[in-house]
Write a protein that binds this ligand. Sequence first.
Ligand code: UDP
Ligand code: MG
Length: 320
Amino acid sequence: MPLSNKKIELSVVIPVYNEEENIQPLVERLVKAVSGITDSYEIIFIDDGSMDATVNRVIEMQKIFSNIILLKLSRNFGQHNAAQAGFDYCSGEAVVWMDADLQEPPEEIPKLLGKMKEGYDLVYGLRGNLGGSVFKRAASLLFVWFFNKLTKTPLPVNACTMRVMSRRFVKSINNMPERIRFQAGINSWVGFKRAGVEIKYMPRHSGESKYNLVKMVKMSIDGILSFSMMPLRFITIFGLVVAGLSFADMLHIIAARVFGFEANWGAGWAPIMVAIYFLGGIQCIFLGLIGEYLGRIYLEVKSRPLYIIEEHYKSQFGGK
Ligand code: UDP
Ligand code: MG
């Protein structure tokens, strides 16, 4: 629920986690880019439990520029939950969501807004060039391919975080009750007319990526399990195939006994052991997979809040 009812034309939502060196250049470029579009805007930083000087840097920027809001979360809740805090708070008719590391240049925002005016509710940036790490790009392509094979809510290939959403689009996102928040999937699920626009994609301005391999794998698993039941169906199909094969083998053994062929039943210890190990291993994997879904149901049922706002810093010049 928005904390304010003030009408605003454009909101920019930026989750930040240990981005101290990026705040000043980002704000300077962003204010320049956005104030060329409208005076009625707000820039909402959501501090996702930073341990560096990010919060202080945003507060310093608030002293220079109006319309900057800072929601400081009580700990690190993850980029997607932090973004949700921004979506819940913001009141813009159009809402931009972007990263803080200047990989997506703020100067590209007018391009996205221009496309939106053609009648779209979601316009996302497409990485027009290879500005980030090759590994990340390849991992993202692989994930999107896999996700799109397993779900009915396809993700755009090569999309980056920067996107602009209409008010009704954001309202639909905010109405999604789920706790495990994979925003790209949620964006896809809510529907509406959408388009992609190529934007420049730069290397990170300062600092390190906040997503190491473990975090990337975790997010990919969360994304797929939140939007697909195909892995569960795969277990059923596998079980049917194995049951079918063993039934065929049983018929074969009965026929061999009745008609007296293949008399050497003593041999075959090794294949039996392999079959036992194989099926034992597969059963553990499948049990684990069911456990993953069960754990997610557990998290959803507990219905804990997605984030907790510890402090709400307003701009010197007013703001909300
Ligand atoms: N971020 C966040 N919480 C986290 C991790 C990241 O708010 O737990 C923010 C981060 O500060 C940045 C954005 O999410 O603004 C994207 O993170 P990053 O640039 O590290 O991701 P990458 O571009 O490497 O995928
Ligand atoms: Mg980045």
